[in-house]
Design a binder for this molecule. Structure first.
Ligand code: ZN
Length: 321
């Protein structure tokens, strides 16, 4: 029997760099104050999503992963592997780097490392991001940090809506002010902060920095991208954005005269409506209304997904080995 779609209820995180766009642009009911992150599809303990509606209404995604593994094609692993976020950066995020799986397992209580990727939903004119750094080795990096030579050290790239960036473990990076992105990442919350613009929080303290860990994990062999422009073609509404061992990400554009059907032959697929008026998705198990800001997991037995309406979707799954 075809399985119904699992619509997730986002979890919101207040951040000193956040804004109000998650309410103003996406219509979410968010807490007061600056809110930076919407954890849209997550089974991570720091923001586990409830499923809303249907047979699994009111159950956490982590619970379904642990106890209803057939929904995920009996995929292996002790935790749901992906985490989908929307980030509203009204101010600059800290300059940071994430470890790979091996380093995180050893130094962060068995956590996963973190590979992430960004699809730019909105960028103010002149917006930039930091992706990569210019030091040749650990010693040079340490010296530039010590001397506060951030402009010499950090590699900046101008961005526009529709850009895509793969951020591998070991890449120095920061989302900067005036940017809204949809992030697809490994389900990990391990961040090493190397620079926070000397900002002070409302309680008068500064956020912790993690310079020794940063020096351990920066990959000095990585070459920064010249831009985030997407060069792959759009075929039947679908554009491949990025593929790595942890996830594959596509953008789907649905227009009123061009519905799109996606084969769902993966153990599971994460789907987010990132822009547009909305519409609906139909499967052998039913039909659901979609609006900008809807998120769901299509389980293993969902059957194919047919989208009608006017909207942009970002979809991801774990590639077969
Ligand atoms: Zn990051």
């Amino acid at each position: 029997m075809a399985q119904e779609l699992l619509f997730t209820q986002p979890v919101f995180h207040g951040k000193i760099w956040g804004g109000r766009k998650l309410h103003d642009e996406f219509g979410y009911d968010i807490p007061d104050g600056p809110v930076g992150e919407c954890w849209a599809i997550s089974a991570h303990p720091n923001g586990d999503c409830l499923v809303g509606g249907g047979s699994y209404d009111g159950r956490y995604l982590s619970d379904l992963w642990q106890n209803e593994r057939q929904l995920f094609g009996d995929a292996e692993g002790d935790r749901f592997p992906l985490l989908i976020k929307i980030l509203d950066a009204k101010e600059n995020l800290s300059v940071q780097v994430h470890p790979d799986d091996a380093y995180a397992a050893e130094h962060e209580n068995g956590s996963l490392g973190k590979r992430e990727c960004w699809y730019v939903l909105h960028a103010e004119p002149g917006a930039q991001i930091i992706v990569g750094q210019k030091a040749k080795n650990r010693e040079e990096f340490a010296q530039m940090v010590e001397e506060g030579r951030w402009d010499d050290l950090l590699y900046q790239v101008p961005i526009k809506a529709g850009d895509f960036f793969m951020i591998n473990p070991g890449t120095i990076h920061a989302i900067k002010a005036g940017t809204v992105i949809l992030e697809t990442q490994q389900s990990s919350d391990v961040t090493y902060r190397v620079y926070d613009y000397d900002r002070v929080q409302p309680d008068g303290t500064k956020r912790d920095l993690h310079i020794p860990q940063t020096l351990d994990v920066v990959d000095f062999s990585l070459v920064p991208p010249a831009s985030g422009a997407v060069a792959t073609p759009q075929i039947d509404g679908v554009t491949e954005l990025g593929k790595c061992p942890n996830f594959e990400v596509v953008r789907v554009r649905v227009t009123s005269d061009a519905p799109v059907t996606l084969r769902q032959d993966h153990p599971f697929m994460c789907v987010s409506v990132s822009a547009g008026e909305g519409g609906s998705v139909k499967t052998p198990a039913g039909e659901w209304k979609l609006v900008k800001g809807s998120h769901f997991v299509a389980p293993a037995q969902s059957g194919d997904l047919t989208f009608t309406g006017t909207m942009e979707l970002i979809c991801s799954w774990v590639p077969a080995e």
